[in-house]
Design a protein around this ligand. Structure first.
Ligand code: SAM
Length: 205
């Protein structure tokens, strides 16, 4: 499904139940450059639309979910809230985007303190993890929007995903070119993202 075919954000207003504190706004402006006005409310709606597209691809019974490069953690909060899954957020704090003038690959431009507060405002207690491709994080689902596979290669965290997921576990990420290989099978394409990437769901085999 292309963005153009997704439900109109105004039409899905009623289902949005995400609390986004004002302090997240400056980070949302960096992370979601398609959102330019009414940042917190639009982010909540945008995250909800992401959630609706992904939900049919979730594995049965999610006990835990890892968001790699999850930014302010809105999507992770929504998944945790709606499924009861334990949320793990892997990102960092930094201003790479401003510091390096758009050279954002492989460098955090986020604030983990405000991400934590967003998650807690939504009644979920996150586990915050530093950026570490060498980690093993045993979870049922790994997600990444506009980050892994989009700003840096899919190979970056592919071994982490292979180690972390049991058979049947799933990965959903935005792929610009090379997708996941050994140990994964593609389940489906959720949508086209920003005309540059495909949001793909893989299953660990
Ligand atoms: C465009 S933002 C997307 C944030 C969030 N996923 C969203 O959809 O709103 C990219 C995120 O990737 C993070 N990032 C940058 N380099 C990274 C890396 N090497 N590993 C993990 N995250 C990274 C940034 O800090 C930032 O939060």
């Amino acid at each position: 499904m292309d963005d153009a075919e997704a439900p109109d954000l105004q039409e899905i207003d009623g289902g949005v139940d995400l609390i986004v504190p004002d302090e997240s706004a400056e980070w949302i402006a960096l992370h979601r450059t398609d959102i330019t006005e009414d940042l917190c409310a639009e982010y909540a709606r945008s995250v909800y639309r992401d959630y609706l597209g992904m939900e049919p691809f979730f594995p049965d019974g999610i006990g835990s979910v890892l968001d790699i490069g999850g930014g302010q953690g809105g999507l992770l909060a929504m998944i945790a809230k709606r499924t009861g899954a334990r949320p793990y957020l892997m990102d960092g704090s930094g201003l790479a985007l401003r510091r390096t003038n758009m050279n954002i690959a492989m460098d955090p431009y986020n604030d983990m303190g405000s991400a934590r507060r967003l998650l807690e405002a939504n009644g979920v207690e996150p586990v915050l993890l530093d950026l570490s491709p060498d980690a093993t994080v045993p979870v049922d689902l790994i997600i990444s929007t506009l980050s892994w596979g989009f700003h840096y290669p899919s190979s970056t965290y592919e071994p982490l995903a292979r180690r972390s997921l049991d058979t049947g576990g799933r990965v959903i990420l935005d792929i610009r070119k090379n997708g996941l290989g050994e140990g994964f099978t593609e389940i489906g394409c959720i949508k086209r993202v920003s005309g540059k990437a495909d949001r793909i769901c893989y299953e660990r085999i």
